[in-house]
Design a protein around this ligand. Structure first.
Ligand code: 13P
Ligand code: SF4
Length: 341
């Protein structure tokens, strides 16, 4: 047995057989399971998964999968979304404590109160748009979900005279508002602790040191605003500044001719980017941007999940039905296809 220490700095030591990868794939076959991994997962998890991609792309793959079991290597809200879209399947997550600091910034009760605050007698009710980084209970209170890659299109699809309540990510909300210049839009002040830690100062330092590098920025980043400002001020050429979802980054990496790319998002992203464009060097804007929740999924936990059928993700049927409607409305508006392999 080899010993591995989880890269998130956890105290526990996992015991892992050297042939763990073969065992994982054999157990997946036995259990009729497909393994899905988010772009921020540990490299060894991404490499052993059947498919990698962004949060929504993976959920859509889950819904289309022929297998009866889905093992979701990502955080809990993503596994819940997979369950909502493929309710008849068994959905497993290798560590049920893999949460999300952004999803934790808003509850279903708070969304109900927010809607009531903006409901005016005799006028149509406000339209709630929620980022997919939310619990199933929040999705059930939502009119239309969105992801980082289609948030602008989703809000643009809402009639001009309707008030929009956008949550929970304030940076993504600010990005959408800037793109659409929409005044009747209110933004929830939530944030992801990882992306909020990538700030404008980090970005400016890197950009000034590397004037030829392309910039990939996730719209959840605190620096997305600075990036657009720097681009409009001519500090970085606008055509080199790309605000992209995680799958959008992989697609762009395949097409870029830049020698160096500055990457402003969680550092797990460096692995799929390097695979997509081996000749390009990808440089993180903040090396400390690590999501400890994503890194809770280790090879040993994946092995145990497949062996013991743990931990099963469940969503009450009435919550799942209402949440599904908001996700399906988003899909009807159109979402980019996943970068799954
Ligand atoms: P994507 O949907 O772009 O993969 O992002 C998910 C996420 O959790 C970002 O932090
Ligand atoms: Fe949540 Fe942030 Fe981790 Fe993404 S990076 S899963 S938004 S805590």
């Amino acid at each position: 047995m080899t010993q591995t220490t989880p890269t998130d700095g956890a105290m526990s030591v996992d015991l892992l057989p050297p042939d763990w990868g073969e065992r994982v794939r054999a157990l997946a076959d036995e259990r009729d399971a497909v393994i899905l991994a988010h772009n921020y997962q540990l490299p060894e998890i991404q490499d052993i998964a059947h498919h990698t991609g962004d949060s929504l792309g993976l959920s859509r793959l889950a819904a289309q999968a022929e297998q009866s079991t889905i093992v979701f290597c990502g955080v809990h809200f993503m596994a819940e979304t997979a369950k909502i879209l493929s309710y008849d399947k068994t959905v497993l997550i290798p560590d049920a404590d893999a949460g999300c600091s952004l999803a934790d910034t808003v509850t279903a009760e708070q969304v109900r109160a927010w809607k009531a605050e903006y409901t005016v007698d005799g006028e149509p009710p406000p339209v709630v748009v929620s980022y997919v980084n939310t619990t199933a209970a929040v999705k059930a209170e939502t009119d239309i979900c969105c992801t980082s890659s289609n948030a602008v299109d989703v809000v643009a699809s809402i009639p001009e005279d309707r008030t929009v309540l956008f949550g929970p990510d304030q940076f993504l909300g600010a990005h959408v508002q800037r793109q659409l210049n929409r005044e009747n839009m209110h933004i929830w002040l939530g944030e992801c602790h990882v992306h909020a830690g990538i700030n404008g100062d980090d970005l400016r330092r890197h950009v000034e040191a590397e004037p030829d590098a392309e910039l990939f920025i996730h719209p959840e980043c605190g620096c997305a605003t600075s990036a657009l400002y720097l681009a409009s001020a001519g500090v970085v050429p606008e055509e080199r500044t790309k605000i992209l979802s995680t799958s959008g980054m992989v697609d762009r990496a395949r097409r870029t001719d830049a020698k160096r790319v500055l990457v402003a998002t969680e550092t797990g992203m460096l692995h799929p980017l390097a695979k997509a464009a081996p000749a390009t060097e990808f440089v993180p804007v903040n090396r400390a941007a690590v999501c400890k929740y994503m890194k809770m999924i280790t090879p040993a936990k994946l092995l145990r999940s497949l062996r013991d059928g743990v931990s099963e993700v469940d969503v009450p049927p009435d919550v799942a039905d209402r949440a599904r409607a908001s996700v399906e409305r988003m899909i009807a508006i159109g979402t980019p296809s996943p970068t799954a392999e």
